[in-house]
Design a protein around this ligand. Structure first.
Ligand code: RTP
Length: 148
């Protein structure tokens, strides 16, 4: 089953939106495979956001992500990478539709609450980076209520 890495950023944790974000993925029918709260190191963040190293906003992004703990999760399910991004909303919250997480709870791109992997390949890289000890799978007994 496809997997994605979803992360509640420091503003989302401080604002008490972890439960709300988990709730939306649970209600949709996706399966939670891993969950951790941690304060990331600068090195970990620079690896995670390596593709953005040349961007003008990169130093501010790292500072923002270092401002407190994050909650990282692995979710599994059919097309969970693409659907997870739709559920998060556009990167710039002012472009995010109401009903999405960003569209319902935030305004500025530099405080956009959450991260979601943008491809299946990057999802697997991010899961390996954030969960270096691996992620176990487990059988859920409600699959027939979620999938036809
Ligand atoms: P994310 O990785 O956090 O899910 O975001 P994304 O793919 O939608 O967007 P990306 O371009 O990868 O940017 C990563 C994060 O950098 C911050 N950002 N700030 N000030 C700016 O113009 C700007 N642009 C991006 C956001 O926190 C964005 O989520």
């Amino acid at each position: 089953m496809e997997r994605t890495y979803i992360m509640v950023k420091p503003d989302g944790v401080e604002r008490g939106l972890v439960g709300e974000i988990i709730k939306r993925f649970e209600q949709r029918g996706f399966q939670l495979l891993a969950l951790q709260l941690l304060t990331p190191t600068k090195e970990l963040l620079e690896q995670h956001y390596g593709d953005l190293a040349g961007k003008a906003f990169f130093p501010g992004l790292i500072k923002y992500m270092l401002s407190g703990p994050v909650v990282g999760m692995v979710w599994a399910g059919k097309q969970v990478v693409k659907t997870g991004r739709v559920m998060l909303g556009a990167t710039n919250p002012l472009d995010s539709a109401p009903g999405t997480i960003r569209g319902d709870f935030c305004i500025d791109v530099g405080k956009n609450l959450c991260h979601g992997s943008d491809s299946v390949e990057n999802a697997e890289k991010e899961i390996a980076l954030w969960f270096p000890n691996g992620v176990a799978s487990y059988t859920r007994h409600i699959e027939s209520l979620i999938y036809e």
